[in-house]
Design a protein. Structure first.
Lengths: 452, 370
């Protein structure tokens, strides 16, 4: 159920109304029911999978708390369950089709990658003793089916979400305004900016080799903007929907294209995933505590897994490897150069290099396969065709993104974010909604990250 | 900043609603297509674009055009000129809403004819969605208004127009069964809502409201659980569907159908007829710019049928390909739509007009003799 569909708005509105009217003990069952409806709207057949996995987590966590229980094996069993499901649904086709040329035609359950990581945070928290296992299975089911984050995150940890679900408030004016504010911004980013950029990117990349270098570079730029506006727009809508329900979800983006190096980029891009990988993989692997060589190996491994998490294809492996190399390269550069503040030209140069690097890394990420990647890169290097087309909308979207990042750099992001309810906020937000209705690209364009 | 008092906040939302609607209206007035009101023209007995109204295209190209007498676009002073005319018949390609009036094929032809000293004016009678068969039924209705006609140019943007049994909603059809026949369009007048409200929407620049109305009309709610039913794709006519019958080979049946169609064409339009085929090429396919017409076999067959019937047929494919080789530009597509796809752009309209001028020069004595 995409967030801009009337069905979602109906579900959210109904849920808000019922939460407003219902006493506190009813709110969690209501929210759980709404989550299951959200999931069933996509595919009823997978509801037992969602419920079953949540009940397994509930049982495993309870078991861990028994005095005689060996926590680690139980945690590993939980990991195996979730990673096994993820591996089966996400990668089985890749491994079956690669040698045999056939496929199992598996349907990837909605948001499985995100649910897997959230579920692991619950098991890990109980195993480490950071939180108590829930006695009531409804608690775990409500956590697993919290619908604003069900499709594509942000990846929310059990320690963050479960206490909020325990104390779910009656939806109030402040939460509704903040929710509407974030939701409207996200709606505009997704439907007006990202989807329209997507039409251009699909055309130029789809015919890579026919277009000239300028058009292919413009498409690369457009995709860098598209994926940011699409996913941050989705995250804004998820955070907004959560906030309207009285739940504060973690931020997922913080002006990533303002980053001046790959490390900073990953502190600003898909933050809930980056932090998950840091806390649940990079640090357990030893992090940066065991020498430079081991640190670089850890970084490479984490980024390769991050790439594979996004999809089962060599393009994602390449994307992860490039980012791993970027992180290692930056780390070695910093070692050699020492930690010094940038001069203004140095900062500009670092920003340009980081942005170019990130933009180029998106090429394999977007491409169908490695051959397609090669054709796009060849076209960018001047070996493309004669057709020229640079859609002016790319420049409009670029200008808006630069403006937003610039205001952030000047410390005036409040002008865009409309915090504190300035008098003009309703006019701006409603205008964004009308523009989303008027200028949404025709046809169904799912969230890019929903497929991961 | 502290939150405003509830009373002020309500006022802010009311003010915000008004301001946001004004902002959306202003932006829509620049960036959305206009609504085109239609009226019943008693002289031709058809619904036409309301004379005197201008149309703004933004979704494809960036243009404006003015509807004149009988809803025809780009007429000097809005009136049909006296004297011999070259009449372009066709669909949205001839209507050419995507380019400015002066850049449309009929108007470019007028301009080129003046330069070449040819005493003709171009007139485009195009309506989006029309087929060749619709044009044949329209022809007698417009004949008194267009007289004298030096040449009827029937524009074919796709060869489906000359194939029998291709269904078109609310359009005239070319039937092969039970016998070869041309059937007029069923009575499909515009909805009362669009007839009565389009003018008001047009005058008030409410293209945005029309857009919302259109989107709401196509909205499909699904409140039941998924998976969503897969959409059933309607069969797309292939490049050469042939009217197979029990007793004749498909190719023979197709040639008979074409002979019938061309005879009807000559009967209704007279001898001064040119069939102008503008294939979708060059086009992009998996990283290549292709210059070969995917419908070449059908086009060749139809060209041979035209030659047998004594009807002139002109394939613009080679001209389009040569233009691309010389300039790197494609005849279809605009700055805001993919190259090689969609309607003809300024280059495409000019190439059409140049081809017809060339044809006229070659047959100057036969077509333009006083």
């Amino acid at each position: 159920m995409p967030f801009w569909r009337p069905e979602f708005l109906l579900l959210l509105g109904l849920c808000l109304a019922l939460l407003r009217l219902s006493p506190a003990p009813w709110r969690k069952p209501l929210l759980t029911l709404a989550g299951l409806c959200f999931y069933a709207w996509w595919d009823l057949r997978f509801v037992p999978l969602l419920v079953g996995a949540a009940l397994a987590d509930w049982a495993l966590a309870l078991w861990m708390e028994r005095a005689d229980a060996a926590r680690r094996p139980l945690f590993v069993a939980g990991l195996a369950l979730h990673l096994g499901l993820l591996g089966f649904f996400k990668y089985a086709d890749f491994f079956v089709s690669a040698p045999a040329g056939s496929t199992l035609w598996l349907i990837m359950p909605l948001g499985l990658s995100f649910q897997t990581f959230s579920a692991i945070t619950y098991l890990a928290a109980v195993q480490a003793g950071r939180m108590a296992a829930r006695r009531n299975p409804l608690d775990v089911l409500c956590f697993a089916s919290f619908f604003p984050v069900l499709a594509a995150g942000p990846i929310v940890r059990a320690e963050e979400l479960l206490p909020q679900l325990d104390a779910l408030p009656r939806p109030g004016a402040d939460d509704l305004y903040e929710g509407f504010r974030r939701f409207s911004l996200g709606l505009f980013k997704k439907l007006v900016l990202a989807d329209r950029l997507g039409l251009y990117v699909a055309e130029v990349n789809g015919h890579a080799g026919a277009y000239d270098a300028a058009s292919t570079w413009a498409a690369a730029l457009a995709y860098a903007l598209q994926i940011y506006l699409d996913f941050s727009g989705y995250s804004d809508m998820a955070i907004g929907a959560g906030r309207a329900l009285g739940v504060r979800l973690p931020e997922n983006f913080s002006f990533p294209y303002a980053a001046k190096n790959p490390s900073e980029f990953w502190r600003r891009w898909h933050m809930s995933l980056s932090l998950w990988f840091r806390d649940y993989l990079y640090i357990p692997l030893g992090g940066s505590r065991q020498g430079e060589a081991r640190t670089c190996a850890n970084l490479m491994l984490v980024m390769l897994l991050c790439g594979v998490w996004h999809g089962s294809g060599w393009t994602f492996v390449l994307w992860g490897a490039l980012h791993g190399l970027g992180l290692c390269g930056h780390r070695l550069w910093r070692q050699w150069r020492g930690r010094r503040a940038h001069s203004l030209p140095g900062a500009a140069l670092a920003w340009a290099a980081a942005t170019l690097f990130t933009g180029l890394c998106w090429i394999p990420f977007r491409a169908d396969d490695l051959g397609h990647t090669r054709r796009i890169v060849a076209a960018m290097l001047g070996n493309g065709g004669p057709v020229h087309w640079v859609h002016p909308f790319v420049w409009a979207a670029l200008a808006l993104t630069v403006l937003a990042h610039g205001l952030r750099g000047l410390g005036r992001e409040d002008l865009l974010a409309l915090h504190g309810r300035p008098w003009y906020a309703p006019a701006v937000l409603l205008t964004l909604v009308w523009l989303a209705v008027l200028f949404a690209a025709e046809g169904f364009t799912p969230f890019l990250y929903a497929r991961f | 900043m502290s939150p405003p008092a509830p009373r002020h906040w309500v006022l802010h939302w009311i003010l915000g609603l008004v301001l946001s609607l004004l902002a959306a209206w202003a932006i829509g007035a620049v960036f959305l297509d206009t609504v085109q009101p239609v009226v019943l023209d008693p002289q031709v007995g058809r619904f036409v674009a309301r004379p005197g109204t201008s149309y703004r295209s933004r979704s494809e190209g960036w243009s404006s055009s003015l509807a004149g007498e009988h809803g025809l676009r780009g007429l000097p002073g809005g009136q049909l000129p006296p004297g011999p005319k070259v009449v372009f018949w066709g669909d949205s390609f001839v209507e050419g809403l995507q380019v400015d009036d002066a850049e449309r094929m009929a108007q470019v032809l007028s301009s080129l004819a003046r330069q070449a000293g040819l005493p003709v004016t171009g007139v485009g009678v195009g309506t989006g969605g029309d087929s060749l068969i619709d044009s044949l039924f329209k022809l007698p209705d417009y004949a008194p208004a267009l007289d004298p006609v030096a040449l009827h140019v029937f524009f074919l943007g796709k060869l489906g127009d000359v194939l029998p049994d291709v269904p078109h909603d609310c359009r005239a059809t070319f039937l092969s069964r039970p016998k070869l026949a041309l059937a007029p369009a069923p009575d499909c007048p515009p909805s009362g809502l669009s007839l009565h409200l389009a003018s008001a929407f047009r005058s008030l620049e409410l293209g945005g409201a029309f857009q919302v109305y259109r989107r709401l009309g196509s909205l499909e709610l699904r409140l039941g659980p998924g998976p969503a039913p897969r959409p059933v794709l309607s069969p797309v006519p292939g490049p050469a569907p042939v009217p197979a019958t029990a007793d004749v080979e498909p190719q023979v049946a197709l040639e008979r159908a074409w002979a019938f169609l061309l005879a009807e064409l000559q009967l209704r339009a007279g001898p001064r007829v040119l069939l102008l085929y503008a294939p979708t090429l060059p086009y992009l396919d998996r990283g290549q710019v292709l210059l070969d017409d995917p419908e070449a076999a059908t086009a060749t067959g139809f060209a041979q049928a035209c030659a047998r019937a004594g009807v002139d047929f002109l394939d613009l494919g080679p001209a389009f390909a040569a233009h691309f080789r010389a300039t790197g530009r494609l005849p279809r597509g605009f700055f805001n739509t993919p190259p090689g796809a969609g309607h003809l752009n300024q280059d495409g309209h000019r190439l059409v007009a140049q081809a017809v001028i060339h044809y006229l020069k070659e047959r100057r004595n036969a077509l333009l003799a006083p």
